[in-house]
Write a protein that binds this ligand. Structure first.
Ligand code: DC
Length: 228
């Protein structure tokens, strides 16, 4: 049977990671955090002292490193790099890696290969538009800039790193601008994606709504296949 892919895209801070993990658990699917792949290449480039604007050097790093996901953890060449890929230095530098077309094309191929191994919920910026345009269920998860920034402030407070709301909002605007203006794989809602605005919804409500949408699609797809 054909593997199922739920493609979830949306801007930074829309809650994609938590939603993807919980949704995958409810559906019995695996999840793929594609942002973690761009972060992994960025971390390896920083550690190897590579110029982050040298596209061919970045591509060769992407092709050489081994990225392994084990549940919530990410291993780069066998080393647990789960926390390291989320460090501010990586977050600040990842845009130049994500802008490199040859790195994107390599990582999109890798995402497609991984997704042949089972049913997946894949999250990123280009999952419904570039990586899996034939996905049977595409979601564009979004929230207003202020709601996204507020969630980030609360997360950082909980992890003992309080930051000012205005500073978070400014960084977020920069990331939104980078994400939506890159030449390839820019953040864009696929024409056939369902958009969900999460401002007034709890995490549980978002996951519940998405589960309902996906199950309805599965039902519809299997009954149309049965009628053929
Ligand atoms: O979702 P995130 O913050 O972990 O993503 C890290 C970076 O990678 C961010 O700059 C957007 C970029 N990205 C991308 O260009 N395409 C994807 N499919 C996923 C992330």
């Amino acid at each position: 049977m054909e593997k199922m892919i739920v493609a979830i895209d949306g801007p930074a801070g829309a809650g994609k990671s938590s939603v993807t993990r919980l949704l995958a658990e409810r559906l019995g699917f695996q999840f793929l955090d594609t942002g973690a792949m761009y972060r992994a290449v960025t971390l390896a480039a920083i550690n190897q002292g590579v110029d982050l604007y040298d596209e061919s050097a970045l591509q060769s790093i992407a092709a050489k490193i081994e990225i392994v996901f084990d549940g919530e953890e990410v291993f780069i060449n066998g080393e647990n790099s789960t926390a390291a890929i989320r460090e501010p230095e990586v977050t600040r530098s990842v845009a130049s890696v994500a802008n490199a077309p040859s790195v994107r094309s390599y990582l999109v191929d890798l995402q497609r290969r991984i997704a042949t191994q089972g049913d997946f919920v894949c999250e990123g910026r280009d999952q419904g538009t570039v990586a899996f345009p034939d996905s049977f269920c595409k979601i564009f998860l979004t929230a207003s800039p202020r709601a996204r920034a507020q969630r980030r402030v609360e997360q950082l407070k909980l992890s003992g790193k309080p930051v000012e709301f205005e500073a978070v909002l400014r960084d977020q605007e920069i990331r939104d601008q980078q994400d939506s203006t890159r030449e390839v794989g820019r953040l864009m809602k696929a024409e056939d994606a369902i958009e969900l605005l999460t401002d007034d919804l709890s995490l549980g409500e978002v996951v519940g709504e998405l589960e309902r949408i996906v199950r309805e699609r599965i039902e519809r797809t299997s009954s149309s296949t049965a009628n053929q």
